[in-house]
Design a binder for this molecule. Structure first.
Ligand code: HEM
Length: 412
């Protein structure tokens, strides 16, 4: 894996994505104190606001930062317009807050917030497409980036249409579009991006090599087909097609998990650290999310759907991101502050820059928090849920502390 920094964007351009993302994480965990799990409903404005706060402000913010950093390094071409990244995160942050206001307070705000988010994402997608134009070899990573961004583009256009309907400006059936929106942005963008990014990052950090990657190719293909099928089912109003899509996405995730298992077995770096523990937890929650999703599907009990989504968002995405930030942020800080000092004075190693105790506290609090809050959802018990969220909140505080510690790290 070539990790040449020659084409990497400037430090001050990428770092805000990670800082702002972590702030959004803390805010969105605090927001969940307000949930009433005895009356949870996916179209409740408070839930819709939270979903976007968490997914746009935290998950997408971090993915955009990671893409800004990794794409040029992996492709060995510079960004088409690296300066775009100075405006993408502020627009995304402002748009996300406006959208929240739109969902919770004034529906008329929603299309405005949505448009600001749309502009931010269009700039991102434009840069990605123009950057990929110069790429000669369409390998797995490039293909996933391309597929994911096409999917994002369609997903946010549907989002804007729904936002106009939500604000009462046009008349379309939101419920019909909702599944297509969710599948395009979460399945097509976030999951496919994670599949692609993880095939670069996991082998790099775990030093795995000599494995075949057929399973992930199957996973990406099936996930893409499933998104297309769900989209067609909405266009043609044939529900059966969507069910085939749901089934394929379950098989896609199982294939992906099998690939991860292979990479894990082939790793040369056998010692366990905060990164490997975070990855193990992350993938365990992905598996649990799929299992509860299946329980919902066969038993049609709504709370299993909420549990499945909660585990996907708070379990899979959050451990996936925290674990990676403990690797990526020290690397960026090291390059910025210490790379030039090599050979002149003693420079720290990457592991020295991570505050071990805080990261394990984060992991422990989040893990306990997920278990208790999930029981709260399962038993529709608000006290349990809020107790769980208290642990999640402590985990988020330790997460923020650890990231700030790494950013402020100075050689002693
Ligand atoms: C231009 C940007 C976007 C706009 C305007 C938008 C708008 C909307 C609207 C209006 C709904 C609610 C439909 C209803 O009343 O049931 C919705 C639902 C949803 N959106 Fe978005 N969206 C945008 C981007 C995104 C992105 C990027 C993601 C994921 C990363 C996302 C994830 C979701 C999810 C998961 C739901 C379902 C939430 C639930 O039912 O509880 N959206 N979106």
């Amino acid at each position: 894996m070539n990790i040449s920094q020659e084409f990497a964007p400037p430090y001050k351009l990428v770092i805000p994505y990670f800082i702002v993302g972590v702030v959004f994480y803390l805010v969105s965990i605090m927001y969940t104190f307000g949930f009433d799990v005895s009356q949870l409903h996916y179209q409740d404005p408070a839930v819709l606001a939270w979903v976007h706060l968490y997914l746009l402000g935290f998950v997408m913010m971090i993915i955009f930062g990671a893409m800004a950093q990794l794409l040029p390094v992996v492709l060995e071409v510079g960004h088409f317009g690296v300066e775009f990244f100075y405006v993408i995160w502020p627009l995304l942050a402002v748009g996300t807050f406006l959208m929240m206001g739109g969902f919770v307070f004034v529906p008329a705000l929603l299309p405005y917030g949505g448009t600001v988010v749309l502009i931010s994402m269009l700039i991102f997608i434009f840069d990605i497409f123009m950057t990929l134009r110069n790429v000669k070899e369409f390998n797995l990573s490039v293909t996933t980036v391309l597929l994911a961004n096409i999917s994002l583009l369609m997903g946010i256009i549907i989002g804007i249409v729904m936002a106009l309907a939500y604000a009462g400006q046009i008349d379309v059936n939101i419920s019909a579009l909702l599944v297509a929106h969710i599948y395009l942005v979460v399945g097509g963008y976030i999951i496919i991006s994670i599949m692609g990014l993880s095939m670069i990052l996991l082998p790099m950090f775990g030093l795995s090599h000599g494995y075949v990657n057929n399973a992930v190719k199957i996973a990406v293909s099936l996930m893409s087909i499933s998104v297309i099928l769900v989209l067609f089912s909405v266009i043609l109003s044939i529900e059966l097609i969507a069910y085939i899509g749901y089934g394929l996405s379950v098989i896609a995730i199982i294939a992906y998990l099998m690939q991860i298992q292979t990479i894990y077995q082939k790793r040369a770096r056998k010692i366990q650290d905060i990164y490997s523990y975070s990855m193990i937890l992350s993938y365990t929650f992905l598996l649990l999310s799929v299992l509860f999703g299946l329980v919902f599907f066969f038993m049609d009990i709504q709370k299993f759907l909420y549990l499945s989504v909660w585990l996907l968002l708070i379990g899979f995405f959050s451990f996936m991101i925290s674990g990676h930030l403990y690797k990526i942020v020290p690397f960026l800080v090291w390059f910025e502050k210490f790379a030039d000092l090599v050979g002149k004075e003693k420079v720290p190693m990457l592991v020295d820059m991570v505050p071990d105790r805080a990261t394990y506290m984060q992991l422990g609090f989040v893990l306990i928090g997920i278990i208790i809050s999930s029981l709260g959802i399962l038993f529709s018990n608000n006290e349990l849920f809020k107790a769980g969220v208290s642990f999640l909140f402590m985990g988020a505080v330790f997460f923020m502390y650890a990231v700030i510690y790494i950013l402020k790290f100075e050689s002693k």
